[in-house]
Design a protein around this ligand. Structure first.
Ligand code: NAD
Length: 489
C-alpha cells in the first residue's frame, strides 16, 4: 500500500476513514513552498462524531480492561510504521521540513521504537495493589488500590516533532486503556493522518478507540477541552495555547496535561572546555532550525571569556548554512511556515533595536529565495532582560549572556517564566551536578548526557507545563486511582 496514494488524507472516526465536512485544506512543503496535497478539514460536527465514538468505545466495550488486546494493537501499529518507514520518512521530510538525519532519531524511528516501552509497561504494570486488612474506624476492611484508565483523552499536538509527540500521547494513553481523539497541528496533518490509514489497514484497534481529526481551524481542537464527554486533555504546544486549554477545561474540571514552551539555558562554568561547550550549544540550537521546545537557546558563559565564547558559537553556527532537508548532511532545514519565519524575523529586529549584535546570521539566507529559511544566528551584547532572552523564538537563534560565577549562572538560568530544560558544562562533574541540582527545570543535561529516551520522564516546571510525558510517569498520567474498601470478616 502507498500511504496517501491520492495525496489526500482522511479523518479516522469510529473505525472508518472519512472525508471532512469542511472539505480539504492544503499541506505545504516548507523547504519549497509547494503544495504537497490536501488533508481532510474537519468541522465541529466531525469532532462531535469522533468524541462520541471514543466515548462509546470506552464505555461500551472491553477495551479499557483487555490488556492483551491493547498490547497487540500497539505492537501492530509499531510494526506497520516500521514496514512503511521509507514512505513515512519522505513524508516527514517533505511536510515537516525535518532534516533527513533526524528521521533516524526523534523525528521518526525513535518514537516508533518507543512504542515498545508503552506495550511492555502495560504488560508488566501492577494494576492493583493489595494493602491488606486493617480496621479504620473500627471496621475490619480489605483495602485494594486499583489503577484504571482516565477515559476519553483529547490529544492536541504541534508541528515540530509530529510523530514524536503524536506517539508519545497515543502510546501511553492507549496502553493505559483510554480511547483517544487526536487533533494534530494544521501545519502537519499528514503526519497524523497516515496513522489513521495504518490503524485501519494493519491493526485490530476496535472502532472508536483511535480517532484522528485534522482541521485547519484551531477552534475544532478547542472543542476537546470543552466537551464534557472528554475526561482528559493531553496538550503539547505554546504556553499561550496551553493557558486557553486549561481555562476551557475548567468548566468541566478536566484533567489537563500540558507540555509547553521553553527558554532553556546552557551554562558553561569557568573550568569547562569553553570552545567545545559553545560549539555544542551552537550546534544544538541550529538543529531542525531551532524548532524544539527543549533546545537551550540562552548560552550563559563566564563574563571574562565572553568574546571568546561568542566567537566559538559563531564559528560553529556560521558554518551551518540552512539547507535542503532531503540531504543527509543537512542539520538546519526550513522553519515550518512563512508565519513562523516572519515571527522569528520580528525577534531578530527586536534584538537589534535593543542593542544586540549578530555575530553570525541575522535573517534570511541570501542564496535561497524559496522556502522558509532563517540563517543560524548568534546574538551578542544583550543581558537576560532582552526580549530574545525572555521569549521562546522557535528558530535557530542563540543569545549569549555573561555570568559572574556559578551562583549568578543559576540565577540567570532560573530567571525565566519557563522551566523546561537546561545544560551544565564544567570540568568537574561534582560541581556541574551541584549547579544542575539548583536548576528549576524538568530535564537537565550534565556534561553532555542525553535525557531523551522512552523510559525517562519529560516535561517542565513553571510555565513550561504540568505533568510528564514518556517514562513510567508519562504512562501514569493517563490513569485514575481507585481505592476499594471491602468489608472483611
Ligand atoms: P500552538 O500552541 O500554536 O498549537 C499547538 C496545537 O494547539 C495545534 O494543534 C493547534 O491547532 C492547537 N490549538 C491552537 N489553539 C487552540 C485552542 N484554543 N484550543 C485547543 N487547541 C488549540 O503551538 P505550535 O505553534 O503548533 O507549536 C510550537 C509550540 O509548541 C512551541 O511553543 C513549543 O515550545 C511547543 N512545544 C512544546 C513541547 C513540550 O513538550 N514542552 C514540545 C513541542 C513543542
Amino acid at each position: 500500500m502507498a500511504l496517501l496514494g491520492d495525496r489526500e488524507s482522511r479523518l479516522l472516526v469510529d473505525g472508518k476513514l472519512v472525508a471532512g465536512a469542511g472539505g480539504t485544506f492544503a499541506t505545504l512543503n516548507p523547504a519549497t513552498e509547494e503544495t504537497l496535497g490536501v488533508a481532510a478539514d474537519a468541522t465541529a460536527d466531525d469532532m462531535d462524531a469522533a468524541i462520541g465514538a471514543a466515548r462509546r468505545a470506552f464505555d461500551d466495550t472491553g477495551w479499557s480492561t483487555d490488556t492483551e488486546l491493547r498490547v497487540r494493537c500497539i505492537r501492530q501499529l509499531q510494526q506497520a510504521m516500521r514496514d512503511h518507514a521509507d514512505e513515512l520518512r519522505e513524508l516527514t521530510i517533505a511536510e515537516v521540513g525535518a532534516p533527513r538525519m533526524l528521521t533516524a532519531a526523534a523525528q521518526l524511528e525513535g518514537p516508533v521504537e518507543d512504542l515498545s516501552f508503552c506495550a511492555d509497561t502495560a504488560e508488566s504494570y501492577a494494576w492493583t495493589t493489595d494493602l491488606g486488612i486493617a480496621a479504620p474506624m473500627g471496621i475490619k476492611t480489605h483495602r485494594t488500590v486499583a489503577r484504571e484508565a482516565v477515559g476519553v483523552v483529547g490529544a492536541i499536538t504541534p508541528w515540530n516533532f509530529p510523530h514524536q509527540i503524536n506517539l508519545a500521547k497515543l502510546g501511553p494513553a492507549l496502553a493505559a486503556g483510554n480511547t483517544v481523539v487526536l487533533k494534530p497541528a494544521p501545519d502537519t496533518p499528514w503526519a497524523a493522518a497516515v496513522l489513521g490509514e495504518l490503524v485501519v489497514e494493519h491493526t485490530d484497534f476496535p472502532p472508536g478507540v483511535v480517532n484522528i481529526v485534522t482541521s485547519d481551524d484551531h477552534a475544532v481542537g478547542a472543542l476537546l477541552s470543552k466537551d464534557p464527554r472528554v475526561d482528559m486533555v493531553s496538550f503539547t504546544g505554546s504556553t499561550t495555547t496551553g493557558r486557553a486549554v486549561m481555562s476551557d477545561g475548567a468548566a468541566t474540571l478536566k484533567k489537563v496535561f500540558l507540555e509547553l514552551g521553553g527558554k532553556s539555558a546552557f551554562l558553561v562554568l569557568d573550568d569547562a572546555d569553553l570552545a567545545g561547550a559553545c560549539s555544542m550549544a551552537a550546534f544544538t540550537a541550529s538543529m531542525h532550525a531551532g524548532q524544539g521546545c527543549a533546545i537551550t537557546t540562552r548560552l550563559v558563559v563566564p563574563r571574562e571569556r565572553y568574546d571568546e565564547a561568542v566567537e566559538a558559537a559563531a564559528a560553529t553556527m556560521g558554518g551551518l548554512a540552512p539547507g535542503d532537508p532531503t540531504k543527509s548532511s543537512t542539520i538546519c532545514g526550513p522553519v515550518i511556515s512563512a508565519r513562523q519565519r516572519d515571527r522569528i524575523e520580528g525577534f531578530l529586529r527586536s534584538a537589534a533595536d535593543e542593542g544586540g549584535r549578530f555575530a553570525c546570521g541575522g535573517g534570511r539566507p541570501a542564496d535561497r529565495d524559496t522556502g522558509f529559511f532563517i540563517e543560524p544566528t548568534v546574538i551578542a551584547g544583550l543581558d537576560n532582560g532582552a526580549t530574545v532572552a525572555r521569549e521562546e523564538i522557535f528558530g535557530p537563534v542563540l543569545t549569549v549572556i555573561a555570568h559572574d560565577g556559578d551562583a549568578d549562572a543559576v540565577r540567570i538560568a532560573n530567571d525565566s517564566p519557563y522551566g523546561l530544560s537546561g545544560t551544565v558544562f564544567s570540568g568537574d562533574d561534582e560541581r556541574a551536578a551541584a549547579v544542575a541540582a539548583r536548576l528549576r527545570v524538568g530535564t537537565v543535561n550534565v556534561n553532555g548526557g542525553v535525557w531523551y529516551s522512552a523510559d525517562m520522564p519529560f516535561g517542565g516546571y513553571k510555565q513550561s507545563g504540568i505533568g510528564r510525558e514518556m517514562g513510567l510517569a508519562g504512562f501514569e498520567e493517563y490513569l485514575e486511582i481507585k481505592a476499594i474498601a471491602t468489608a472483611a470478616q
